[in-house]
Each structure stands twice: as structure tokens, then as C-alpha cells.
Write a protein that binds this ligand. Structure first.
Ligand SMILES: C[S@@+](CC[C@H](N)C(=O)[O-])C[C@H]1O[C@@H](n2cnc3c(N)ncnc32)[C@H](O)[C@@H]1O
Length: 373
């Protein structure tokens, strides 16, 4: 049985080229969904040189990419919407961001004023390439990164002046800082207490509502390293003498799970043959086990949905009709089987159970319709 994976597994012994390949593969899947009309993203090709020459993904992969992208976009937009009445901008931290374009898509839309700071973290070889793409004047990405908000950046080691604002290029070109956008190189498996205070410097505020995005990254790490990482953010956003009222902390994870059934075993065997392991999937044999990732760190709430359930119940019927008309999808059973093994999990840690953040989460279409009547 050939099982299509919706994102590339990475060998345990990761090399620089592998990191690049992970980031590029995830972005190529997105580009394929964009080229076939599932998604709209006018920034993706700027991060993928010669991308138009790449082969398109199968209808199954395009559908999966669409469902996950829509669901995470909604969670992000809802987070930004909830922060509006609070009168506070949000911070978003994307860990293992790869070639993601979410920052630029948000800055190009109605939510831009709600973005106080946006951080992208990845291995240094990945951030170096992304920084080069962003700084390339032909990419058009600089405009969005720098020209919104004229707050100045601090202590320039290596400052470049653009026509619109100041860009701080740091750590030999692997880091970028602007008024709102920060690109930071790191290995997330290293102790966050050692690397994060220096990396985030004073750019990350403990008082603003903050959303962490983990899209296809924790599965590559040991469960222990993932826990330490999440706990660092929990501690940072906990009340202290310096921060009596910390911001709400939200977290979204998109990943495979439940790999102990026959589908999972076939997939794991295929991966093992390529010397690949997914240590982060082990503690999560079932959908019910996924929210424990947050709840064990004291999050107020946590919930997980499979992509299959999201496709069936959380996407408007008109959208489903539109995407099903784009390409012939013969293998509906296979699609369902694959989508059942990928989930989006979200959790929130708010200061009280009457906080508006408790409302945060995907809502089924039926409930959305009932709310509009
Ligand atoms: C499959 S890609 C996903 C990229 C992006 N989140 C997306 O969904 O398009 C996984 C990303 O996580 C990054 N990554 C994996 N392990 C990491 C680690 N230990 N430290 C930093 N980045 C890591 C990879 O370099 C890669 O860019």
C-alpha cells in the first residue's frame, strides 16, 4: 500500500539540506494547492525560486493542504478577532515556520492592525534562505515586512536602510527584525531557557495575547523536548512580580497521530525503510489523547479535530462544492483514511474561565449557521 504523506518526514539524522527540503516541500504543497485554485496566496512563489517548474501534488494532497490551511487560518483570524475588543494587539510565534507565508497574508488583509509582533523560528539554514528571499527587492515581501508601523528597532549591529523603514539584519544574515516581523534561527530541541531570552530579547512581551503555531514540527522532536518548549511559554505567560497580568496564551498544533493502527504501521514501516522516525507521534495514539499536550501544562482548555471531521463539518458546503469541482478525486476512501490520521489541536491558557479566550476554537458549519439566524 502506498500512503501519501501530507508533509515530508525528516530523517532522524538531519542535515542542512534536509531542513531546506522540509520547508520547501511544505511550501511546494501549498503552491500546488494555489496553482490548482484551492487556495489564494500571492506571496508563496516569492519564497520558492523556480517554483512554477515543480510538479503539482495529487488531488488528495491538495485537498488535505486546503483543509488544514483553512482551519488554521480560521483559528488565527478568530484569535485576532477576540483580541480586538480587548484593545490589544496580538503576538504570533510560528515555530518551525519554514517557508510559511501567513505573516504576509495577514498583513495584506483586514487583520493587519491586530498584529503587534510576528515571530518565525526555524533552523539557521532555513532562516538564512528566507531572510535572503525577504530582502530581495524583487520579492515584494519587504514592503509588508517593514512598511506597516513605523516603530523603530533597537541596537543595530548591521542596519540596512530601505525606502520605507529600518531592517535589522542580525546573526550573519540568519535573523531579521523589523517593527513587527522577526525571523529567528534556532534548534527548537535546545533548552529554551538557554536560547529564547537572547533570541526574543525584549521583542516578545509577556502582557500581550500570544498565539503559538506548530505546523508539522513537533512530530520531529522528542516528546520531552516538545514539553520543555511549551512549558517555557507557559512560564513566560504566567503571573509574576514583573507581570501581574500576563497575556492569554493560545497554541495550535497540526500533525499526524494514531500511528498504531494498520494504516499507521504501514506508514511507519515505509518511513523506517528510509531511516525516518517521528518520535513526536508516539504519545498520541488517539484523537482524545491530543489535547493532553496542552492540558498537562495547565492550559484552561484543549480540543482536537481530525482533518476528516473538519472537512465534513467545519467547511461551508459551497466551498466543498467549489474545491471538489477543481480536480477529479477518485480515491475518496483513501482521502478519508489519510485525513483521519491528521489533526489540528488547539488549547488556550487564560487567566479566568470567564475570559473571552475560552470562546476560541473552530465552530462547525451548523453552529455558524445557527448563530447567524
Ligand atoms: C514540514 S516543515 C513545515 C513548515 C511550515 N510550518 C509549514 O507548515 O509550511 C517543518 C519545519 O520545521 C522545521 N524544524 C523541524 N525541526 C526543527 C527544530 N528542531 N528546530 C527548528 N526548526 C525545526 C524544519 O526546518 C521545517 O522548516
Amino acid at each position: 500500500m502506498i500512503i501519501e504523506s501530507m508533509y515530508p518526514p525528516a530523517p532522524a539524522n538531519r542535515s542542512e539540506r534536509v531542513h531546506d527540503a522540509d520547508a520547501a516541500n511544505a511550501a511546494l504543497a501549498r503552491l500546488s494547492a494555489v496553482r490548482k485554485g484551492y487556495l489564494t496566496d500571492r506571496f508563496i512563489s516569492s519564497l520558492l525560486p523556480r517554483a512554477q517548474l515543480q510538479p503539482l501534488r495529487s488531488p488528495l494532497i491538495n485537498t488535505g493542504t486546503y483543509v488544514r490551511s483553512e482551519a488554521i487560518d480560521r483559528l488565527v483570524e478568530q484569535w485576532l478577532e477576540l483580541s480586538k475588543p480587548e484593545g490589544q494587539p496580538c503576538q504570533i510565534v510560528s515555530l518551525g515556520a519554514g517557508s510559511d507565508t501567513r505573516f504576509w497574508r495577514l498583513m495584506d488583509g483586514p487583520w493587519k492592525e491586530q498584529i503587534g509582533a510576528y515571530f518565525e523560528l526555524d533552523f539557521p539554514d532555513v532562516t538564512l534562505k528566507k531572510a535572503m528571499a525577504i530582502r530581495n527587492p524583487r520579492s515584494g515581501l519587504q514592503h509588508y515586512s517593514w512598511s506597516f508601523g513605523a516603530r523603530s528597532v533597537r541596537s543595530p549591529n548591521d542596519v540596512r536602510i530601505t525606502t520605507s523603514a529600518i531592517i535589522l539584519v542580525d546573526l550573519g544574515g540568519q535573523a531579521l527584525h523589523s517593527s513587527r516581523y522577526h525571523l529567528l534561527p534556532c534548534d527548537l530541541r535546545n533548552p529554551p531557557g538557554d536560547i529564547f531570552p537572547g533570541l526574543f530579547k525584549e521583542y516578545l512581551s509577556p502582557t500581550l495575547p500570544t498565539l503559538l503555531l506548530f505546523e508539522c514540527v513537533l512530530v520531529y522532536m522528542s516528546p520531552e523536548a516538545s514539553s520543555i518548549l511549551i512549558q517555557w511559554f507557559v512560564d513566560f505567560f504566567s503571573p509574576s512580580t514583573h507581570t501581574p497580568s500576563p497575556g492569554a496564551l493560545g497554541c495550535t498544533v497540526y500533525e499526524m497521530f494514531g500511528l498504531e493502527d494498520s494504516f499507521g504501521q504501514v506508514m511507519m514501516n515505509n518511513l523506517r525503510a528510509r531511516n525516518v522516525s517521528l518520535p513526536g507521534a508516539k504519545p498520541y495514539p488517539s484523537l482524545e489523547s491530543l489535547p493532553s499536550r496542552f492540558l498537562k501544562h495547565g492550559f484552561t482548555s484543549g480540543k482536537a479535530l481530525t482533518l476528516r471531521n473538519i472537512r465534513s463539518n467545519y467547511i461551508e458546503p459551497s466551498e466543498l462544492e467549489r474545491i471538489s469541482s477543481l480536480e477529479m478525486l477518485d480515491e475518496v476512501e483513501e482521502l478519508n483514511l489519510v485525513l483521519e490520521h491528521y489533526a489540528i489541536t488547539w488549547g488556550v491558557k487564560a487567566s479566568s474561565s470567564i475570559s473571552p479566550w475560552i470562546e476560541w476554537g473552530l465552530r462547525p458549519v451548523k453552529q455558524q449557521l445557527a448563530d447567524t439566524v
